[in-house]
Ligand binder design. Sequence first.
Ligand code: UTP
Length: 287
Amino acid sequence: MKIRKAIIPVAGLGTRFLPATKSIPKEMFPIVDKPIIQYIVEEAVHSGIEEILFITNPYKESIVSYFDRSFELEHRLQQSGKIELLDGIQSLSCLAKFYYLRQGEPMGTGHAVLLAKEFVGNEPFAILYGDDIIDSSIPCLKQMIDVFEQHDCNVLCVEELEEDMISGKGIIEYEDVEIGKIKSIVEKPNLEEAPSNHGSLGRYILKPEIFDELEKIDFVNGELLLTDAILRLMKTQSFYACKIDGQYYDVGSKFGFIKANVEFALKDESLHGIVLDYLSQKNKSSF
Ligand code: UTP
């Protein structure tokens, strides 16, 4: 069955970026000149997704506006002959069919996904979190869809992690590492207890039975966690890992956000030279 629908939960508090996230959604922070959310939506669309549901909240209206038409801006760009900019702005609303649902309170990733039960219906679907950008020639979600089509299974996106990141992520325990068959996920283990160095990123392909499991899990510290429902589903359905071919940026963290900005600026023709000069001067002056 084709993966046509995606959920993008954006109703989290973004506490790692306070005070900025008090009034600006972290998903709207720009990586050079494009907000994080646009990279994520483009990845979904270039992977074949047709319908996108944002799980949002009242403070994230700027995300809704971003993927809507902006008649006054479009009119002004038209009048001043800035046609290239106009095309870029207009094309945003046509990327996919966008839907929005509000999460009354940030009651966790599992709670956010459960709100999408009706939207998803009875088909496999994708989830993309607003904190992970993956820069790759084949979109990350497309790589995952290939694994889904090969095994007809749930798919987790994994990345080889540096040792210092292991204790902050969900770490994959394999049943068969050669073929990527997953046994379990161990949340934020100590380095010595980690079953592998593969961390699960914020991309999922799940079968609709996940909603039955989401309805059975308990709140932990006021939150329903998607991982808890995934662990339950692992008892009855198979999960495979898709090790991404690409560069992963944890843009929900300050360092990951800065790194992504530097790397994307270096890829931009108009910025490459000046950014590189700046970095090398900075490097020299720090000795
Ligand atoms: P995170 O827990 O990583 O993000 O949720 P956060 O809560 O926004 O950020 P920090 O950790 O406080 O800095 C992963 C994704 O799930 C969404 C977030 O917006 C993010 O895209 N989310 C999280 C919800 O939509 N609702 C929630 O209740 C929790």
